[in-house]
Ligand binder design. Sequence first.
Ligand code: OAD
Length: 257
Amino acid sequence: MPISLDCRAGLGELPQGLLESLRRADEILVLTGAGVSAESGIATFREALTGLWARFDPARLATADAFIEDPVRVWSWYEWRRAQALAAEPNPAHRALAAWGRRQQRLHLVTQNVDDLHERAGSHAVIHLHGSLHAPRCFECARPLASPPVPAAGDRLVAPPRCPACGGLARPGVVWFGESLPEEALASAWALAERCDLCLVVGTSGLVQPAASLPAVARQQGATLVRIDPQPAADFNGDWQLLGAAGVILPALLERL
Ligand code: OAD
């Protein structure tokens, strides 16, 4: 049975078993989701009222068909999100993970996020399962393209630039619904899940496959599974659930290691 600790008012005294697992870990897989960037002011997806999918229809914005139907609408929406991500700053959760990575060489960061806040906090070799807002490519020939200048705040609709090689339209470098994940990223993440001895899951609802299976793979082969999120997950099948904000819990955890 998982043990849940209410950390919303701070970390308090932590069970020795948890501290031991964190200290002993030799190879750590950290899987992050939108919640890790929430304290930087970037909206999550599924939270009621504030989540992006509560306000926008993914079928009209996050599929190849939507792009074919209206490239300007789709491109503009991602440009709006790119501008937000660039204006945001890494928060204490990003910074704690980067600091932990400096201490522990074998800490691997796998993120579902398309922002670059882990990198800007100082983490290296971050595996982006769902692509990046900062790596557009040609919709026709897949050639990587340079990001255009960030649109001015008032520019709500911007046309995607064209590929200099084939004239195709630029598309955001993110994974849309119905598309496969980048093969290399997924293979690396899977291999890490199969060999880590600690898997830390931070700020994700765990509803999107295949990323959602990584913690289960890690747990099955014997890794300790720790989840950090303000919302308890009823079906959490791990060891420890720390309930609270990642930007509070992660720095405090690191201090105690
Ligand atoms: P969700 O919006 O589904 O889940 C965000 C999670 O973050 C929730 O469990 C929140 O409780 C939690 N959260 C909120 N604030 C937090 C905080 N301060 N600290 C820690 N946790 C916090 O986002 P994801 O699980 O990342 O895919 O969504 C997965 C994928 O679904 C996304 O990558 C995106 C989306 O469709 C694509 O775009 C392909």
